[in-house]
Ligand binder design. Structure first.
Ligand code: SDX
Length: 393
């Protein structure tokens, strides 16, 4: 009994940590940030307002949100020496290791402000991460296409600034499409936090050693990169392209998944917690249909994805294993329609998840008796045995 939600005693015994930030009921398909249902936040809030909610615990007043927004605006520039980091990366570098490297390197520019127990320094790092990670993300993309970087334009909104730095060029005026900005803002809201998922648990684990917030978030970026986690949104598009190249043979692909051929999985399906439809996936699916229609960019891959979902949800192999679409199943189709290359999809996930990582790290740091993360193990190796000299092996 936490006063807000009642858990069965069995769950209380298996939980690894307690948190007041995000609540998930995997069987009922419920997701709430600080008590607010995800569908209401996706429809009525904004990414910076949700970031404020996750980090500070309450929805901001208009004055508080304006101050938060302005503070972030004042920190969007990267140190020129950090900009030069990008010269060293190969053109074809995946943007996720570029992101994790640059985020970790940020700590070298603020060495006098890394104390995880100094509230002002933690606040400065919070603002710097929220402000600079979109700039780093856009530079990683620009580097990959050999285009010049654009400095941030602080007259724009948070998402608009990121879109202009990503798709704009110095030679011409770039006008952000308000539809794209609003949908991307909503997608960031949907990704903003998700309880103790792999990357958030990584951020907390690294932070539990009293490592600074930059180092902890950089570790979270690396955990998110994995195809079973944040990398799944890129893997879904690769899977849909493969099915399309195979003549759209959805039934044939599903057969390969059911036969577990070379570990073939239905990417974007299944979840460690949701054993029901991921509430975020339902919102994204509708947005995908709206965006593709409004941008007049019909995509045959959307038809393949919807056919895949229809076939899987009618097949006992998936239903018996409680495998439903997760947040990654449809997001890539929207990112593709917006003009992002597949390599940037997981970077977009990281941009959305950033406030959740920060909020969870800050919450952990306030634990009065913060203990270093130290999982125990069952030893399954050789019993004790004497050393054998090399000439007797
Ligand atoms: C995210 O934790 C979070 O909150 C994560 C996330 C967030 O917001 O942070 O929601 C974001 O990471 C979503 C998940 C994205 N990953 C994918 O879409 C990759 C494909 N999904 C699978 O890898 C898998 O479903 C996991 C890893 C997501 C969850 O795996 P589970 O719950 O550990 O399931 P399992 O491995 O115990 O599998 C149970 C059975 C197994 O078959 P059997 O051994 O019973 O025969 O289901 C099978 C699995 O082989 N299975 C799948 C499958 N997922 C599980 N079979 C085919 N396709 C799949 N996608």
């Amino acid at each position: 009994e936490t006063g807000y939600v009642t858990y069965d005693p069995g769950f209380m015994n298996t939980a690894n940590t307690a948190s007041a930030i995000t609540y998930i009921d995997g069987d009922a398909g419920i997701l709430r940030y600080r008590g607010y249902p995800i569908d209401q936040l996706a429809e009525k809030s904004s990414f910076l307002e949700v970031s404020y909610l996750l980090i500070y615990g309450e929805l901001p007043t208009q004055t508080e949100l304006a101050a938060f927004t302005d503070e972030i605006r004042m920190h969007t520039l990267l140190h020129e020496d950090l900009r030069r980091f990008f010269d060293g990366f190969p053109r074809d570098a995946h943007p996720m290791p570029v992101l994790s490297s640059a985020v970790s390197a940020l700590s070298t520019f603020y060495q006098d402000s890394l104390d995880p127990f100094d509230a002002d320094q933690v606040q400065a790092t919070t603002i710097r991460l929220l402000a600079k990670v979109p700039t780093i993300a856009s530079y990683a993309y620009k580097k990959s296409i050999g285009q010049p970087f654009l400095y941030p334009d602080n007259s724009l909104g948070y998402v608009e600034n990121f879109l202009r730095m990503t798709f704009g060029v110095p030679a011409t005026q770039y006008d952000v499409d308000p539809v794209v900005a609003k949908v991307l803002d909503m997608l960031f809201v949907l990704h903003a936090d998700h309880e103790q998922n792999c990357s958030t648990a990584t951020v907390r684990m690294v932070g539990s050693s009293q490592a600074n917030l930059f180092a902890s978030v950089s570790a979270g970026v690396n955990a998110l990169f994995g195809p079973l986690h944040g990398g799944a949104n890129q893997a879904v598009l690769e899977m849909l392209n493969e099915i399309q190249a195979d003549g759209g043979d959805v039934d044939g692909f599903v057969r390969r998944v059911k036969n577990k051929e070379q570990g073939v999985k239905l990417m974007g399906f299944g979840h460690r917690v949701y054993k029901n439809y991921d509430p975020r996936a339902a919102i994204v699916k509708k947005a995908a249909q709206d965006v593709l229609e409004r941008m007049h960019k019909p995509d045959p891959l959307l038809d393949i994805a919807m056919k895949l979902e229809q076939v899987a949800l009618a097949d006992d192999f998936f239903v018996s294993r409680k495998l439903y679409p997760n947040v990654d199943f449809y997001t890539g189709l929207i990112y593709k329609a917006m003009g992002f290359p597949q390599k940037m999809f997981t970077v977009l996930f990281a941009l959305g998840r950033l406030p959740g990582w920060i909020a969870q790290w800050r919450e952990m740091m306030t634990e009065p008796n913060l203990k270093i993360g130290r999982p125990r193990q069952l030893y399954t190796g050789a019993p004790e045995r004497p050393y054998v000299p090399a000439d007797q092996r």
